[in-house]
Design a protein around this ligand. Structure first.
Ligand SMILES: *Cc1c(COP(=O)(O)O)cnc(C)c1O
Length: 410
């Protein structure tokens, strides 16, 4: 008799092995190597009694596609395992995951603490969305614990942050902030989109829940939108049964669940390549006369390099830098690159570049941008998987253009 898939030694399987195989045996599906995509919205019951048992939760199985689908289930088991959580949940987008989490765990009268540097739409959800429903939101700089201590109260339900944070890649100490949150009776929730579990596993450092925009590195190819959650069964179950089922209805499509799984199969390999190329580009930028400063978590000049090395295994694929010459240098750089693509988002095979002052934050005045920590020459690069030599050549052309614009202005 051949062994069933996953049987064998008791040694826990490695990250890449689980990313490729966990939760699926081809022999359960006619030998199909890759999991079939279950394109169905509803499920038939074997008998009247079986239907009743399913609805009462006495029998395992499927009822209707909004909360569960077999393809989605494999993805959920994989993200739970890769993050080191008991359970996982897949949703239609990162914002779907974050909003389903909030609506499930919070109620009017609660308070929450968020880091002041968040993905723009997460920040909008907290500061414009939740506040309409009687939730008090404190946005503070969580790199300084004194700020957290000032706003934690008995009413604080959760402390929410990203690390590294966009766009300046500030790093927040997951273990220390989680401990403070727990002491106040609050949950620590981390958006791990920038690192993925290949580089950082917040649950191992004490966080209670991890969220992802799987649109970025987990999907990895710029061809889908998806969100993921991992954590203890009780919390994840609540988010599925309330947040997903009737508060948002943000269901992932079976096709998208399949594509995210395809992306995750190569995640470890890709994160290594993204990180190695980004580290080399950060070194080049730091030594270049067109550049005032570079932010990269594993760069020796980065002021939080010690915290970054404590909780991340590599530096990740994002690099931010400030050009000498401000806004005009930023514009010249953006027009001076050719292979590097002007676009928002991140985590794709293609290297993407964004200049917040002329793109995502173009509607702000320079003073407003400054108050959000966005300087005029700030550029954020999501380093892709192209050959490093080609990327360095293209980046140098952009930097030359930035220097030429500055010389022309003087
Ligand atoms: C993109 C992003 C989100 C939102 O995810 P969507 O999949 O676009 O809804 C949330 N957090 C971070 C850090 C992101 O980069």
């Amino acid at each position: 008799m051949a062994k069933k898939h996953g049987e064998g030694s008791n040694r826990p399987q490695g990250f890449a092995t689980r990313a490729i195989h966990l939760g699926y045996d081809p022999m359960d599906e006619n030998g199909a190597l890759t999991p079939p995509i279950y394109m169905t919205s509803t499920y038939a019951f074997e008998s009247a009694e079986a239907g009743g048992e399913l609805f009462r939760g006495e029998r395992k199985g499927y009822i209707y596609g909004r909360n569960r689908n077999p393809t989605q289930n494999i993805l959920e088991e994989r993200i739970a395992s890769l993050e080191g959580g008991e359970s996982g949940l897949a949703l239609a987008s990162g914002m779907g995951a974050i909003s389903a989490m909030c609506w499930s765990l919070l109620e009017a009268g609660d308070e929450i603490v968020i880091d002041h540097t968040l993905y723009g739409n997460s920040f909008a959800l907290f500061t414009h969305g939740l506040t309409k429903f009687g939730i008090t939101v404190h946005a503070v700089d969580l790199t300084d614990l004194a700020n957290l201590d000032k706003v934690l109260t008995k009413k604080t339900k959760l402390v929410y942050f990203e690390t590294p944070a966009n766009p300046n890649l500030r790093v927040i100490d997951i273990a220390v902030v989680s401990e403070r949150a727990h002491a106040a009776g609050a949950l620590a929730v981390v958006d791990n989109t920038f690192c993925t579990p290949a580089l950082q596993r917040p649950l191992e450092h004490g966080a209670d829940l991890v969220l992802h925009s799987a649109t970025k590195y987990l999907g990895g190819h710029g061809d889908l939108l998806a969100g993921l959650v991992a954590g203890p069964h009780e919390l994840v179950h609540r988010i599925r049964q309330h947040g997903l089922r009737y508060l948002t209805g943000a269901t992932i499509s079976p096709m998208t669940a399949f594509l995210v799984m395809r992306g995750i199969k190569t995640l470890e390999l890709r994160m290594e390549r993204h990180s190695n190329s980004a580290a080399a580009i950060a070194d080049m930028l730091a030594a270049h006369p067109a550049v005032a400063w570079v932010a990269y978590p594993f760069h020796d000049g980065f002021d939080q390099v010690a915290v970054a090395r404590k909780q991340m295994t590599m530096g990740g694929g994002l690099v931010s830098f400030e050009l000498n010459g401000g806004y005009d240098a930023g514009m010249a750089f953006m027009n001076g690159v050719e292979l590097v693509t002007r676009a928002v988002s991140l985590g794709d095979t293609e290297t993407l570049v964004q200049h917040p002052a002329s793109m995502t934050h173009a509607a702000y005045t320079p003073e407003e941008r400054a108050s959000h920590g966005i300087s005029e020459g700030l550029v954020r690069l999501s380093v892709g998987l192209e050959n490093l030599e080609d990327l360095l050549t293209d980046m140098e052309a952009g930097l030359d253009a930035a220097m030429a614009s500055r010389a022309a202005a003087e």
